[in-house]
Structures are given as structure tokens and as C-alpha cells.
Design a protein around this ligand. Structure first.
Ligand code: PLP
Length: 428
């Protein structure tokens, strides 16, 4: 059976070069990177080479990179590492659970947390962040790009607010790194998390950028690995894979991988929007806008000036990472569509959280103001640079046919969904 994989925000396949780079570290190069003999020195050198490459991807010093077991651990280390009882944290309603649940835990243990809302495009307003600053605010944690909609947040503007207020700024860049340029000095962040398996490295490895001078307490105790910031013998093969993936991502961004990916994503989106009663959640931007300018608070050009003199950000579509689109098909149960598509060879996801057997609509889409039934009718398509035009054609045909079939079977579709196109501008 032909299969196409369009769920790359869940995980990406390893690139052949990454596998090749890792292979010796499952065999003859097995040393513990903390050992002082030949075998240890060999793996230590490999870990340090990888650290240089990850640092290059993020535009920081190698000594500012802490290897972790993935994005969740990197986010947790950032959030728990700089906060203490009595501190106040500002985060957003659309964060990944790696940040949200860490914040909830802190709330239950003597910290205060403010969850700033997003607009209908799924964007945090930096003015809201600024307004929520308090005397005891210690940390702002706002993600770089959302995992469900791909929408990029104005992180450079938020970084400036944090720096002016002398508050730590963490950004979860798990869905941005490798897809768009991510440079820590542009964002002025103190902490930034990435995950290997979202950029063609293996699962179970990630990294946290920790700006020099940041007072970070470890969350696990043991040996003095990673300059006493993260105890535990390093996952050498995984780290080597992450280093190689970072090197390939830098080269890919230089040679336009992102533009090819966004052209495929845009084609997929344009075709899927021909299905009646469908629409995009978040933003339909085609990546034409300079992402750097957007992140720094420049409306990006072309937007009408606002009467109050504020920057015209909210009048235009925010940029997205080039691989993601979240689309609703009204009258459809997202999980049913995912299963039906899987049976025909297409892997996509809903982005919904499945807990204790109940399918809950995505907290991200609800936070953007979608009604629960539309959030449940949404599917996330996420590409990688390995996807082809044939994958897109295959997906378009299959989704159109399957949505049509499921709607025919639905006793409620005709009565609940108006026949005319209901695609509406998202509320701003
Ligand atoms: N943050 C974001 C935005 C993510 O999308 C994910 C994974 O989906 C994570 C954090 C967690 O990363 P990991 O799977 O490496 O723990």
C-alpha cells in the first residue's frame, strides 16, 4: 500500500546522514564520555563536536548548550531551573504541555502563574505580557512556533520586554529550530529548548540553551555532567545524531529547503480548502513576510497603520513555520478522519489530547476561540523536507474522498452545517 507521512510535527524520520553519523557510537565507539581513557576521550570529542554544531544552529556559544533527553526535559529544566517559591511566571494558553504542566505544578507549589491569552490567529500580544509583569515576576515562557498551527510568536519583542524588566525569558523552539532561522541574540532569550526528533535526529535527545550568567538550578542530581546543569551519563549516539541534524538543518536553510517545503504546504492547503466547509486555523500566511521583522514587532509591511499609532500586527496574517497547516472540516470528527486516512495510507494527526479514553478538543484551538465542535473537526498536516509533490497529490485526493464519505455517513452533517462555504476570518 502506498503510504505518505504528513505528521512531522509529531516526529520526523532520521535522515540517512544522521544514521550514518550515529552508527559507530552503537558499536566500536562505546566509551563513557566522562572516562579519561582513550574510549572516553573519543566519545567526549564527539559530544563536544555536536555541541559546537547545535550552538551554531542557535547562534550561541557551545558552553551555553546543555544536552537533555528531549524537548520536555529542556522545557522543564528551563521552567523549574530559574523559579523558586513565591515567584511569578508569565506564560501563554497555547504552550505545549511540557511548559503548561510544569507551570501548573509550580502553581500547586507556591508560585503564581499568569496565562496570557491569544487572538484568533493564535498570537500572543506582547502588550499583554508587559501588562502582566509584577514585582516578583521571574520568568516569561512563550513558545517560538506553535506545534498545532505553526504560527510564529513575536518572540523578539517579548524578549526585549523581558530584558527591560530584568526577567528571564524562555522560549520553546521545539517546532521552530531547523525550519526557520533561530538565533538566540535576535530573540534576546535566556533559555531556549529544542528537541532532536523534530529535526530528523533521534527521539530521546534535546538541548537547552542557557545564556551565560543565568542562575539555573539543576532538576536532577548526580554527577557533574553538562557543567553540573544536567546530571547523567550523556546519550552519546543521540547527541551525535542531534549535532549532525543541526549541521544539515543549517545547510538546508541556506539552500532553500524551507521555501520548497512551504510551496508544498501551500499547494496542499489550497487544494484542501476546495473541500466545502473547510478552513485554516491560525494563519494562511505563505511565508512571504520576513519572519525576523515580525518577531521583532514590525507588522511586516503592507498593513494599514492603526489610529492609535500602535504597530499594525493584528491586521495581517502572522507568519507560520513552512511545514504546518491546521485545517477544519466542519461536521467531521477529527479522530474518525485520522483513522480512516490511516487505513488508506496517510498519517496525519488531530493535535487533540487523548486522556483517560476521552478525546478532548485541542487546548490551542479552544484558546484561539474555536467552538469545540470545530476544534474537534480539525486536522494538522505537517510536512518535512523529505515530502514530495506526489505525497501532496496523494493526500489531497484521499482527504477529499474521505471527508466526503464521512459526511455522507453523518446523520448530523446536513442539519448542522450550512451548505454554503462557512470559511470565516478568524476573530482577531
Ligand atoms: N514543545 C513542543 C512545542 C512540542 O511540539 C513538543 C513535542 O511535540 C515538545 C515540546 C516535547 O518534546 P519531546 O517530545 O522531545 O519531549
Amino acid at each position: 500500500m502506498r503510504r505518505a507521512y504528513l505528521d512531522n510535527n509529531a516526529t520526523t524520520p532520521l535522515l540517512p546522514e544522521v544514521i550514518e553519523a550515529m552508527l559507530p557510537y552503537f558499536g566500536e565507539r562505546f566509551g563513557n564520555a566522562s572516562s579519561i581513557h582513550h574510549h572516553g576521550q573519543e566519545t567526549r570529542a564527539a559530544v563536544e563536536r555536536a555541541r559546537e554544531l547545535v550552538a551554531k544552529l542557535l547562534g550561541c556559544r557551545a558552553s551555553e548548550i546543555v544536552f537533555t533527553s528531549g524537548g520536555t526535559e529542556a522545557d522543564n529544566l528551563a521552567v523549574f531551573g530559574v523559579t523558586r517559591v513565591g515567584d511569578h511566571i508569565i506564560t501563554s494558553t497555547i504552550e505545549h504541555h511540557a511548559v503548561l504542566n510544569a507551570c501548573r505544578h509550580l502553581e500547586e507549589n507556591g508560585c503564581e502563574v499568569t496565562y496570557v491569552p491569544v487572538d484568533g490567529h493564535g498570537v500572543v500580544d506582547p502588550a499583554d505580557v508587559k501588562r502582566e509583569l509584577r514585582r516578583n515576576t521571574k520568568l516569561i515562557s512563550i513558545m517560538f512556533a506553535n506545534n498545532e498551527t505553526g504560527v510564529v510568536q513575536p518572540v523578539a519583542e517579548i524578549g526585549k520586554i523581558a530584558a527591560e524588566a530584568d526577567v528571564y525569558f524562555h522560549t520553546d523552539a521545539v517546532q521552530a529550530a531547523g525550519k526557520i532561522p533561530v538565533q538566540v541574540d535576535e530573540i534576546k532569550c535566556d533559555l531556549l529548548a529544542i528537541s532532536g526528533h523534530k529535526l530528523h535526529a533521534p527521539q530521546g535527545v534535546g538541548a537547552l540553551f542557557v545564556r551565560k550568567g543565568t542562575e539555573l538550578e539543576p532538576v536532577q542530581y548526580g554527577g557533574r555532567h553538562e557543567r553540573s546543569r544536567r546530571a547523567g551519563t550523556e546519550n552519546v549516539a543521540g547527541i551525535v545524531g542531534l549535532g549532525k541534524a543541526a549541521e544539515l538543518a543549517i545547510a538546508g536553510l541556506e539552500c532553500g529547503d524551507d521555501q520548497r517545503m512551504s510551496a508544498l504546504r501551500d499547494r496542499l492547503e489550497t487544494e484542501l480548502l476546495k473541500i466545502e466547509c473547510s478552513g485554516v486555523n491560525g494563519s494562511v500566511s505563505k511565508n512571504s513576510r520576513p519572519i525576523q521583522a515580525w518577531m521583532a514587532g514590525d507588522g511586516g509591511g503592507g498593513a494599514p497603520p492603526r489610529l492609535d499609532g500602535a504597530k499594525p500586527r493584528l491586521h495581517t496574517y502572522p507568519p507560520r513555520v513552512p511545514n504546518t497547516t491546521s485545517i477544519y472540516f466542519d461536521g467531521i470528527e477529527g479522530e474518525a478522519l485520522v483513522i480512516a486516512l490511516d487505513l488508506k495510507g496517510l498519517s496525519v494527526s488531530t493535535g487533540a489530547a487523548c486522556s483517560s479514553g476521552a478525546i478532548e478538543p485541542s487546548h490551542v484551538l479552544l484558546a484561539m476561540g474555536l467552538p469545540p465542535e470545530r476544534a474537534r473537526a480539525s486536522i494538522r498536516f505537517s510536512l518535512s523536507k523529505q515530502n514530495t509533490a506526489e505525497d501532496v497529490e496523494f493526500a489531497v485526493g484521499l482527504v477529499a474522498e474521505t471527508v466526503g464519505r464521512l459526511r455522507q455517513l453523518s446523520p448530523v452533517y446536513r442539519s448542522t452545517v450550512p451548505l454554503e462555504q462557512t470559511r470565516a476570518e478568524p476573530p482577531v
